[in-house]
Design a protein around this ligand. Structure first.
Ligand code: HEM
Length: 419
């Protein structure tokens, strides 16, 4: 990892001396290799950098591995309830980060005993997901999505695959009913069977009714308790509104990071020669690519965040009560303190991509995300074995987001599959 030596976009501090010379987070060139960017930031500011969020709102970006581990491990000092932020009077009603920072009564913003209660329910509900069944479900979903573009020989994988698959997997995992079309058809078929009008075929309709009801009975017999039911039945006794809030957190948390994990892994497999020779013949495996992405191109680059409970010190900085800290997860993963020479392709899973401490991504979720992402990538490569990029690797562009690392688009080509 070499240092670009590039200067970062500084801004005058917003009145607070600690933020004089702070870096505008939104102004950073996130298309760069993030590790280089974070190294420059670390050289200029140390492990905890003063930054300005949208609208020049001051915050701290925690860049060091040890410092992120410390912040996430000390809830009594750095807590999740954003209502303690000392900047609320400066936040406009249409502030773009409000959806992530504005307090909601969900697991995300609860603390202490209440957080243990809510997170415990989610953990147990996710623990009940049968990983083999999830893998089978994901393979089916993947096959269906691939079939929708396999005949054309071209696809844009971000929209047609990487985003679509985890969303459907998460919704299915939570037991959401399928669309009502089948039910509407059943009602119409019943009418025809019982009271046929001219031109109707009551025998065919009756046969369809039989098929549908048989399917229903099979579905009911097979019905596996889902995440939603387990949350509702949990002895912690969450109210319906608490379950609604936490299910939204689960589905939202599952979708974006998993989609970008799939996309960033596909990009690595399709562009890095260590994985090359049409991907299936490459030297390194899909599992290694998935893990390398979590170290070097992790989906959740920066996570907002924690709020200081009282005045304290971190990385040589004075942090005031109510200050906002952004967890620099990507920066922490590439901290030269843990990679003194260069990144040698870590096999371990000691990265901070799922964060750490009380509020980390709840224990079974990374495993489930792994099943979803691995199945998505493997199924695609099995079904379309000569898959290649449809553009030069340099033409792939990263979305300029400070928070999520993912591509604008991932266009590919392959031999059309004729059915
Ligand atoms: C099935 C997929 C997933 C589910 C169901 C899920 C669920 C969740 C939930 C419920 C939380 C809130 C935890 C709390 O505040 O107590 C969370 C937090 C988080 N998740 Fe996940 N997640 C999934 C996939 C991922 C992936 C793929 C990544 C990144 C590679 C990720 C990274 C994170 C991070 C960084 C946090 C914030 C932790 C913190 O505040 O310290 N998650 N996740």
């Amino acid at each position: 990892m070499t240092d670009t030596g590039s200067r970062l976009p500084h801004a005058p501090g917003p009145g607070c001396p600690a933020h004089a010379g702070a870096v505008r987070l939104g102004g950073l060139e996130y298309q760069q290799t993030p590790a280089q960017l974070y190294r420059t930031l670390r050289q200029e500011h140390g492990a905890v950098a003063p930054v300005l969020l949208d609208g020049d709102i001051p915050a701290w970006l925690v860049l060091g591995y040890a410092e992120v581990a410390y912040v996430t491990g000390h809830d009594e000092l750095f807590a999740r309830d954003s209502r303690r932020w000392n900047q609320w009077e400066n936040i406009p009603a249409d502030w773009p980060l409000l959806p992530f920072v504005g307090y909601q009564p969900s697991v995300l913003f609860t603390e202490g005993e209440e957080h243990r209660r809510r997170a415990g329910v989610i953990t147990e509900a996710l623990e009940g997901v049968d990983q083999f069944q999830l893998s089978r479900d994901c393979r089916q979903l993947a096959d269906r999505l691939i079939a929708s573009f396999a005949g054309s020989g071209r696809a844009e994988l971000m929209s047609m695959y990487a985003h679509a698959l985890p969303m459907r997997a998460a919704v299915q995992m939570c037991g959401m009913p399928h669309t009502g079309e089948a039910t509407v058809q059943l009602v119409e078929d019943l009418r025809i069977s019982l009271d046929a009008a001219e031109g109707d075929d009551p025998v065919a309709a009756y046969t369809r009714v039989g098929e549908r009801i048989r399917q229903l009975v099979e579905e009911k017999r097979e019905r596996r308790p889902d995440v939603t039911s387990r949350m509702l039945l949990h002895p912690a006794g969450l109210t319906d509104e608490e379950v609604v809030q936490d299910l939204i957190s689960v589905i939202a948390a599952a979708q974006q990071p998993t989609a970008n994990w799939i996309c960033n892994t596909l990009r690595l497999l399709l562009t890095d020669e260590r994985f090359a020779v049409s991907v299936s013949g490459g030297r390194l495996s899909v599992g290694e690519a998935l893990n390398e992405v979590l170290w070097l191109d992790t989906p959740t680059q920066n996570f907002i965040g924690r709020w200081a409970v009282r005045d304290t010190q971190l990385g040589g900085r004075l942090i005031r009560a109510g200050d906002c800290l952004v967890l620099g997860l990507a920066a922490a993963n590439t901290d030269p303190q843990i990679w003194p020479d260069s990144f040698a392709g870590a096999e371990s899973s000691a990265h901070l991509s799922f964060s750490s401490g009380e509020h980390r991504c709840p224990y079974p979720a990374p495993l489930l995300a792994d099943v979803i992402a691995r199945t998505a990538v493997e199924t695609l490569l099995e079904r379309l074995p000569d898959l290649v990029l449809a553009v030069e690797p340099e033409q792939l562009t990263w979305r300029p987001s400070v928070w999520m690392r993912g591509l604008h688009s991932l266009p590919v080509e392959f031999t059309p599959v004729v059915r």
